[in-house]
Design a protein around this ligand. Structure first.
Ligand code: RB5
Length: 153
């Protein structure tokens, strides 16, 4: 399952990505508003998608705001989410192979549709490398999450 969500600034790019996913038979849930609302706020959509990803096995999320930055910051507040801001092929591949990112964030005002679709394809088609060094680093992120949750910081 792919949870897709955008604010108003990411809406047009979200529509392009949605079309691509539907054309390629991906199961998806679009958590965006019915139409772009200039008064909406990206953390609301990041929160919906992050919760969806955490509650659903074998799922991932694609979040789009103006730059991808706000969505990424908000989604990464959820323990268990590894959201990555992606802007080219290299970051798309690394997000999957090194970080095992379960959410990618894109900028509707910074990334053109052609690049964005390429990024989405790479992320969907690339598996986590499973290399020990990357497992160790992700383990350290999880340790930080545990520490913060247990101290209720
Ligand atoms: C909304 O205008 C814009 O600030 C938001 O979409 C995003 O770019 C934040 O990171």
């Amino acid at each position: 399952m792919i949870y897709l969500a955008s604010d108003h600034a990411g809406y047009p790019l979200k529509e392009e990505i949605k079309e691509f996913l539907l054309d390629n038979d991906y199961e998806l849930e679009d958590l965006s508003g019915e139409k772009p609302d200039p008064l909406d706020d990206y953390p609301d959509f990041a929160s919906l998608a992050a919760r969806g990803v955490l509650e659903t096995e074998n799922s991932g999320g694609i979040l789009i705001c103006g730059t991808g930055q706000g969505m990424c910051a908000a989604a990464n507040k959820f323990p268990g989410i590894r959201a990555a801001l992606i802007y080219d092929d290299f970051t798309a591949r690394s997000a999957a192979e090194h970080l095992d990112a379960n959410i990618i964030c894109l900028g509707g005002r910074t990334t053109d549709p052609e690049t964005a679709l390429k990024i989405v394809k790479i992320w969907l088609d690339t598996n986590f490398s499973g290399e020990e060094r990357h497992k160790k680093r992700i383990g350290k992120i999880m340790e930080i999450e545990k520490e913060i949750v247990s101290q209720n910081i």
